[in-house]
Write a protein that binds this ligand. Structure first.
Ligand SMILES: NC(=O)c1ccc[n+]([C@@H]2O[C@H](COP(=O)([O-])OP(=O)(O)OC[C@H]3O[C@@H](n4cnc5c(N)ncnc54)[C@H](O)[C@@H]3O)[C@@H](O)[C@H]2O)c1
Length: 380
């Protein structure tokens, strides 16, 4: 058994989700050779980060991420801060020989992403990006089904990520709670935030995207900035739709918005193949629906598979309770952490790596360029 000492940068939504995962890995994946140790948490406010460290069990705190990445007693850095900080932290961490967990999107744009890929590959440090939905058991099962060839040739891929929290024009931009609405901090709006998840999952399940045509819209053109208290132009995309052609010849349709009144986190995908279709919905995340074209008779219809069985049929589930009892959102992070440690033992990459995530970044960039130019765009 080897300790793997974690330095966590950021203690918001993802800081908590990842910390929970690191704490639970040894309990639910006891065979792993690495044990995550909560060595240090980093945030700008000493009081706040001390409170977080006490609540979640970190041994020490830092208020400057540069100090944290230089510490000899840190093996892996976890980047859980707004997008504009990912690159600088990753480059410094790689230079100091640290393994890196990085939140998505990898970077602000592909140029930053390329620098990050070059840095981790040059340093030879283990790296992964938290596109965690790959590790929801029903989504992993979808991957197994597709890879087994049961769907046959894929014709269509459809995916949405719908929210509604920006409908009010009174929601501000910038600051600690609404940095996602400030383009200088987020890089883009729903494209890098929500569609990036749909795209990562799509590339994983159905292969690369060859070209696309996109449209974006910013419905509320000005919002008060938290820092200045003044109304300022909004630079992010509030909504985005795109159609695309995958390298395997299938057609894709994607939509994301923060203005779909009534939807909080409706992430869905549906795939139609020549033999069968599958579909999934984050708000019912332990179910995978399957329609087999071979089924005949009056009982023909969609099957709803409760992905909670043991015995290896349903990924990850034999680590938990008894068949039929479900797990939740937070376990997708636990699975990625466990897979990272297992990959480390085998001296293999833990996907998605920085290089994998760069492909998603390139698709996001092509979306923004296509929307801007109102033309079809090839993926570089
Ligand atoms: N994988 C997912 O499903 C998922 C979900 C949410 C967010 N994210 C990504 O995670 C990252 C963080 O998002 P979040 O929702 O946790 O944000 P958040 O606003 O909840 O937390 C951000 C944290 O960063 C800290 N921070 C900001 N500037 C800092 C600095 N200079 N030094 C140290 N700490 C600093 C803040 O204090 C806060 O603790 C983003 O890149 C986001 O896109 C991914």
């Amino acid at each position: 058994m080897a300790d793997l000492r974690i330095g966590m940068i950021g203690y918001g939504f993802m800081g908590r989700a990842h910390t929970n995962a690191f704490k639970r890995v040894p309990n639910f994946f006891p065979g792993l050779k690495h044990t995550p140790v909560l060595q240090a948490a980093c945030g700008r406010s000493e009081d706040n980060v001390k409170q977080f460290a006490a609540q979640w069990g970190y041994a020490s705190v830092e208020t400057d991420w540069r100090k944290l990445v230089e510490r000899d007693d840190i093996d892996a850095v976890d980047i859980c801060v707004p997008n504009k900080m990912h690159k600088d932290i990753a480059l410094a961490a790689a230079q100091n020989g640290k393994m890196i967990f990085c939140e998505k999107p990898l970077a602000m744009d592909p140029a930053e992403g390329e620098e990050m890929v070059a840095a981790v590959e040059k340093a030879g440090v283990a790296n992964t990006v938290w596109y965690n939905y790959r590790r929801v058991p029903a989504v992993t099962l979808a991957k197994d089904i597709i890879d087994s060839g049961r769907l046959g040739r894929i014709y269509h891929y459809r995916s949405n990520f719908l929210q509604d929290w920006c409908i009010s024009p009174d929601v501000p931009q910038g600051g600690p709670a609404t940095w996602r609405l400030e383009v200088e901090t987020a890089g883009s709006g729903v494209t890098g935030d929500l569609l990036a998840h749909c795209i990562d999952t799509a590339i994983w399940l159905n292969g690369s995207i060859a070209n696309l045509s996109a449209m974006t819209e910013t419905f509320v053109k000005e919002r008060v900035h938290v820092d200045s208290g003044q109304a300022q132009p909004v630079g992010i995309d509030d909504a985005c739709s795109f159609m695309c052609r995958f390298a395997n010849g299938s057609l894709g349709l994607f939509e994301s918005t923060r203005y779909a009144c009534g939807h909080k986190a409706l992430f869905t995908f549906e795939i139609n193949g020549e033999n069968a279709s599958i579909r999934w919905d984050l708000e019912d995340l332990h179910r995978l629906e399957y329609f087999d074209h071979e089924d005949a008779g009056p009982l023909r219809g969609w099957r709803s598979i409760h992905v909670t069985d043991h015995g290896g049929d349903h990924p990850y589930m034999d680590k938990y309770w008894v068949p039929g009892l479900q797990i939740g959102y937070e376990h997708s992070f636990l699975h990625q952490a466990a897979d990272f440690f297992e990959a480390l033992e085998k001296n293999q990459p833990c996907h998605p790596t920085f290089r994998d995530a760069l492909e998603t970044q390139q698709v996001c960039d092509a979306i923004l360029k296509s929307a801007e130019s109102t033309s079809w765009t090839n993926i570089q």
